[in-house]
Design a protein around this ligand. Sequence first.
Ligand SMILES: Nc1ncnc2c1ncn2[C@@H]1O[C@H](COP(=O)(O)OP(=O)(O)OP(=O)(O)O)[C@@H](O)[C@H]1O
Ligand SMILES: [Mg+2]
Length: 475
Amino acid sequence: MSRSLFVRQMVTYLVIILTALAILAILLSSFFQNYIMETRTAELVREGEAISQYIGYYLSGLIDTRTLHYQYQVIDRFLGVTIWVTDARGYIWSSHNSTQLDAVEWENEKLTIDEFVQVLEGNTITRVGRFGESFPVPVLTVGMPLKINDKVGGTIFLHSPIKGINRTLRDTYMSIWRSAIISTVLSIFISYFITRRITNPLIEMNMISREIATGNFKRRVKVKTRDEVGQLAMNFNAMADSLEKLELMRRSFVANVSHELKSPLTSMRGYIQGVLDHTISNEDREKYLAIALEETERMNRLINDLLDLSQIQTGQFSLDIKVLDINETIRRVLIAWEDRINEKGMDIEVDFDQEARLVEGDPDRLQQVIINLLDNAIKFTREGGLIKLKTWQYKEKVFVKVEDQGPGIPEDEIAHIWEPFYQIDKSRSRVKGGTGLGLSIVKKIIEGHGQNIWLNSEKGKGSAFIFSLRAAKKA
Ligand SMILES: Nc1ncnc2c1ncn2[C@@H]1O[C@H](COP(=O)(O)OP(=O)(O)OP(=O)(O)O)[C@@H](O)[C@H]1O
Ligand SMILES: [Mg+2]
């Protein structure tokens, strides 16, 4: 797959580069060909006009034959052309040739060719070819009328061998194609590296994703660029990170659940066994059976909490949102726990800014939140401590605060206490009868309401849990 992407990419690059270069080369070649031919033709036309002028001077006696021939020679040498001057009947009157196009002596030959007629009619012509059968090799011919006293009195033909022109053209073609080949080779290298840069991380990601699928979360992609591929690699790594974390959480969750279920089961088994085989005396039976019953209740609570948590986590729980008085909920929990609070000799301070504080939420779930927070506050505060409960409204929100004077929570633990089974001092928390699920359920319930929960705490200075709720709209 990845290999074919690389090949595809390379082939695409090459096709584009080669096509562009070929088009460029063809255009440049034809441009140069035209340019060279036109320049040469223009030269021949200019020199033809000069010859015509000199012949005019000669006929009017301004220069003599020698000077005229001298001029021919100059032009002939300079341009390397064969020059014919004919009279009106077509007889070659004067021929000059320094190019050794052929050895034929042209003077006094008669021109019958069509081109001669056209020139005699006053046209200037350009031809490429052997000019009838006149030359053994192709030549560029320019023919123009020879005007004497503004009348066509003959013709001038200049023949330039194509070979010279072709050589120039060939040189030009050569340099065009040479640069085309060099740039092709260069661009093959460049596109190879560019393609590699794109496909390498993709190949790597492909391999690593296969490893992740088999359960190895350790490897990450090397991020080398900041472009889209680099961003993809970065996101891929982030995804691998969270998968790894999730997998760790899942494993520790299973381990925790098994452990939490195992210890009460073991002790229950011990007590029941003792009762059955009479290692426990008759007087003690009741006491141990009561402990076993307590353990079943603990397990029951744990399983209920786990069910709650799994329902919340899989999104299977639906909130039954109603308008309720949160102050009333708090009061009811306090009344239910009056004995427990009195037993511990604790003081409760309630600070409601209003008799009833109406909010929108699920009454049962919010009661669960209050119970969990208050349970923690009572559990972790020393005997005779003070717990403050406060509710107030700010704009569209109602805030609830549960504050205690317990041991507080160290700063580096604050982020973790919301995780399932997390307990700061495992052995001590366990003695107090918890499993570490309370706060994770609380957080999920509050988040399910679209609200937030915060914790202000410092080690040794107590803790304050504050959460928000949506205030009920006034009817
Ligand atoms: N008010 C508090 N004061 C001090 N520590 C607290 C307080 N509330 C929670 N904690 C710490 O956070 C941990 C997690 O609390 P959480 O309510 O989730 O579990 P738990 O109370 O131990 O068990 P559970 O709630 O399942 O019975 C606690 O074990 C405790 O260490
Ligand atoms: Mg708790």
